[in-house]
Design a binder for this molecule. Structure first.
Ligand code: GLN
Length: 443
């Protein structure tokens, strides 16, 4: 709780810097004429929390890191923002992200790259790289990110923060720019596990305007955090053996810390993670191709030439979307097209059930599952030019989203290059309390 308190002068200094920045941008004509950016004072003097650029804040531009959404001002608050305001927190500043949350390095943002605070030659991870870098670099005490296949946990691990991806449905997606609706979840990126619990309690809860929001009363977790709870934790041994030697070494230290805290450790294996990747990139791109069809130059943001309707659609989308987003729209449209639907999309849905069953089997014997967040620590800019290589940096984070389960990334310390390494704990559906209790033993 202490960590979420900043001296009033510091909050005010943050605010005036941002105000100046907004004014400067306006005077440069960088904002569209209609832009009515609400003054920050309207958000009160709450604790400032940095917000990923795909979460709507009433009156603020929301662009999902894309050219196509330049100048689009959100007409209402996302549920998480309303919940924050009700609890004395205030949205504070936009954080950079991969365009439409598609990526693992924040390199695909229209605004350019975000640097890793521990090494400026390395990526901060993605897609919530701006949120993680802001927290790790001391600009924000906490931030919100979104996680479709690892976008909270992977950047948290690369930057040395705590990142929590809640159970699917626990935090409402109302007001979140949709990437893959059956996988997306908003969650906190913080400096420690307790702050993650506090912020999670504030943003979680049922939202009637969101048909996928879990219709259950939220049981608060932060006030019940228990570092002395003893659990059985299953380590995914084949993932541990595949990871880089330095990640493995740190993970072994983490396992020792869990044993020392009195947890029982068992070892289990998962099927080859290449099947998770294949399944995820069929389902995520299929849903993305449908979700992104709304960006046509008519209703949101940037518009191409106005010659005729077809030209306008083509120009708006050709100029507005970046290369990775176009690749995914094409792939998603392909796997949904007649003749290929059964071979790819339906098969991926079957594989998704299999992946979920694999978790359920292990949860018959264990309370939590432990695995690395990523196979390596943060990589250098430009080192993953091949999209398939980039996709492989998510091999340990995406299956959780396919199964709808909660997961947390906790820093384990630094490797020999001075880069942070994280451990990932996975909980049962709606088992955030046990997940956060277990995470305390790793801190
Ligand atoms: N890196 C993954 C992707 O590109 C996950 C992104 C995310 O969780 N938003 O799809």
């Amino acid at each position: 709780k202490e960590a979420l308190k900043l001296p009033k002068e510091e909050i005010e200094a943050f605010r005036s810097d941002l105000k100046q920045e907004i004014e400067a941008k306006k005077s440069l004509g960088a904002y569209v004429e209609q832009l009515t950016c609400k003054p920050l004072s309207e958000y009160g003097t709450g604790i400032p929390i940095a917000i990923k650029d795909n979460i709507q804040v009433d009156g603020w531009e929301v662009t999902s890191g894309s050219n196509i959404l330049q100048g689009y001002v959100a007409p209402y608050n996302a549920t998480v923002i309303d919940n924050m305001l009700r609890h004395g927190l205030a949205p504070f500043g936009r954080t950079n992200m991969d365009e439409f949350a598609m990526g693992s390095s924040t390199e695909s943002s229209f605004y350019g790259k975000t640097l890793n605070p521990h090494n400026p030659n390395c990526v901060p991870g993605g897609s919530s790289g701006g949120s993680a870098a802001a927290v790790a670099g001391g600009i924000a005490i906490a931030a919100l990110g979104s996680d479709t296949g690892g976008s909270i946990r992977q950047p948290a691990a690369f930057c040395g923060c705590v990142g929590l991806k809640p159970t699917y449905g626990k935090v409402s997606r109302y007001g979140l720019g949709a990437y893959s609706s059956s996988l997306d979840q908003i969650g906190p990126i913080t400096q420690n596990v307790e702050d993650a619990a506090i912020l999670y309690d504030i943003i979680a809860g049922h939202e009637p305007k969101d048909s996928t929001s879990a219709n259950m009363a939220h049981q608060s977790v932060a006030d019940k955090l228990n570092p002395n709870r003893k659990m059985t934790i299953a380590v995914i041994e084949n993932y541990l053996n595949e990871a880089s030697p330095e990640v493995r070494e740190k993970m072994v230290e983490g396992i020792r810390a869990l044993e020392k805290a009195g947890h029982k450790i068992i070892y289990r294996n998962f099927i080859n993670s290449k099947y998770d990747i294949a399944t995820y990139y069929v389902i995520a791109t299929a849903e993305a191709s449908a979700n992104l069809s709304r960006y046509d130059g008519v209703r949101y943001g940037n518009r191409g030439s106005n010659d005729n309707l077809k030209e306008m659609f083509i120009q708006s989308r050709s100029l507005g979307f970046g290369e990775e987003v176009k690749r995914r729209i094409l792939l998603g449209t392909f796997v949904l097209s007649s003749g290929y639907y059964d071979a790819y999309y339906i098969k991926a849905q079957k594989a998704r059930h299999f992946i979920k069953a694999q978790y359920e089997a292990i949860f018959k014997e264990a309370d939590l599952i432990l695995m690395p967040v990523t196979p390596t620590s943060a990589f250098e800019f430009g080192s993953k030019a091949d999209p398939l290589e980039m996709y492989l940096s998510d091999i340990y984070t995406i299956s959780l989203n396919l199964a709808g389960l909660p997961g947390i990334s906790v820093p384990l310390g630094f490797d020999s290059k001075g880069l942070p390494v994280g451990a990932q704990l996975v909980g049962q559906a709606y088992g955030e309390q046990a997940l956060l209790d277990g995470a305390l033993s790793l801190e």
